[in-house]
Design a protein around this ligand. Structure first.
Ligand code: FAS
Ligand code: PHB
Length: 391
């Protein structure tokens, strides 16, 4: 097979790249090792930054998001059993977030690509990339038992943290920056009314908890746990009891139990590789960087990378420009590191660290007091949370 851009991975990064290239008349073939059903049902991120919402609307794939997404003007931080609202809309001159599950974004992008006759190949196996430092890189894989090869001009490495693209870059090229946290998140999706209209981030002596949602009837909840937590140790009633304790005794709010539809443990790390490119291979999204989900940045960073990559590839094919491609990493990394810092800061502010001294625990509480009482401090949180403008 031959195409202009070969794309590996049908997550938000790969699918959005395929769509934005199509809008510029640039051909691509996207290959994905899981099934379409699997990727469209995988529960992950839930919060879209303003820039992501604008990107999806501008790309003509925002109709269902506008209908079904939940527009939120604020979030709440809870500590000492008291909730404090951060009015992000007011603090950021009208910007907001939209709660709309990542799997819904994936469904909307898959549909748009298939309607446009896009080439998406699911359930491929043994993917490998070759000749990355030539002008004719290749992707090899097996599909239905048949060995296949795609000859292309460029490869979009959108295969996530556990993909094959980043490891295919020769040793010595990449500098890795990493921090692994001493905890993870136990996440559940439940058929129950969210306890509040907006997200509540809870700092609690028993550990962090997050009360989010997907719809007015489906709640998405997280409990800080050990990084290697065995989900078998968390029967439903223990989960609800722990959530109740961490939400704090507050008669103005009621945690409604319901049928748990999905539960899982996500480890937490900060991770970046520099540069995010090698020869004709361009890494985007989780293939290049990971953030702890406390800042709700993961998927939004993938979108920001793809805005740059699709513009750089457009510049190459339409005006023979190579400068935007050469500057791709540097351009993406400015926002990557801003999001890495914010996600680390939110994680440090809200979680219980097993090795924290009483002094450090007091500092945490003092910073929470400051962030929820100072306009300057809450504005800084708000502008990072809704997302700095995507250019
Ligand atoms: P993705 O990982 O989404 O997509 C990569 C795709 O490549 C996958 O479909 C994978 O199957 C495919 N692939 C992998 N190897 C391949 C190969 N060899 N060949 C072909 N295809 C291959 N972010 C938030 O903001 N909030 C959250 O609450 C949140 N929760 C998360 C929970 C979990 C369990 C995980 C893993 C991540 C979570 N994230 C969250 C981060 C997540 O949303 C990512 O940032 C987002 O999926 C990034 O999108 P992509 O870069 O497209 O990577
Ligand atoms: C979610 O709804 O899944 C979600 C929301 C905010 C976060 C992380 C996850 O910071």
């Amino acid at each position: 097979m031959k195409t202009q851009v070969g794309i590996i991975g049908a997550g938000p990064a790969g699918l959005l790249l395929s769509h934005l290239l199509h809008l510029q008349g640039i051909e691509s073939i996207l290959i994905e090792n899981r099934s379409r059903t699997y990727i469209e049902s995988r529960v992950r991120a839930g919060v879209l930054e303003q820039g992501t919402v604008n990107t999806l609307n501008e790309a003509g794939v925002g109709e269902r998001m506008r209908k079904e997404g939940l527009l939120h003007h604020g979030i709440e931080l809870s500590f000492h059993n008291k909730r404090h609202r951060i009015n992000m809309h007011e603090l950021t001159d009208g910007r907001a977030i939209t709660v709309y599950g990542q799997q819904e974004v994936v469904k909307d992008l898959v549909k748009a690509r298939l309607v446009a006759g896009g080439q998406l190949l699911f359930e491929v196996e043994d993917v490998s990339v070759h000749n990355l430092d030539s002008n004719q890189p290749k992707i090899r894989f097996r599909k239905d038992g048949e060995e296949q090869e795609i000859a292309c001009d460029f490869i979009g490495g959108c295969d996530g943290f556990h993909g094959i693209c980043r490891p295919s870059i020769p040793a010595g090229v990449l500098q890795v920056f990493e921090r692994v946290y001493p905890f993870g998140w136990l996440g559940i999706l439940a058929q129950s009314k969210p306890p509040s209209e907006e997200l509540i981030y809870c700092h609690h002596e028993r550990g962090f908890a997050l009360f989010s949602m997907r719809t007015p009837e489906i709640t998405r909840l997280y409990i800080q746990c050990t990084p290697d937590e065995d989900i078998a140790n968390w029967p439903d009633d223990r989960i609800w009891h722990e959530l109740e304790l961490r939400l704090g005794a507050d008669e103005s709010i009621q945690l409604q139990e319901g049928k748990i539809l999905q539960k899982g443990v996500t480890p937490m790390r900060s991770f970046v590789v520099e540069p995010m490119q090698y020869g004709r291979l361009f890494l985007a999204g989780d293939a290049a960087h990971i953030v702890p989900p406390t800042g709700a940045k993961g998927m939004n960073l993938a979108v920001a990378d793809i805005r740059h990559l699709s513009r750089a590839l457009g510049g190459y094919y339409q005006n023979n420009r190579t400068d935007l491609l050469e500057q791709y990493s540097a351009t993406c990394l400015r926002r990557v590191w801003r999001s890495e810092h914010f996600s680390w800061w939110m994680t440090a502010l809200l979680h219980r660290f097993p090795d924290y001294t009483p002094f450090q625990q007091r500092l945490q509480l003092s910073e929470l007091e400051y962030v929820t009482s100072s306009r300057a401090a809450s504005t800084s949180l708000a502008e990072n949370y809704v997302g700095l403008p995507m250019n």
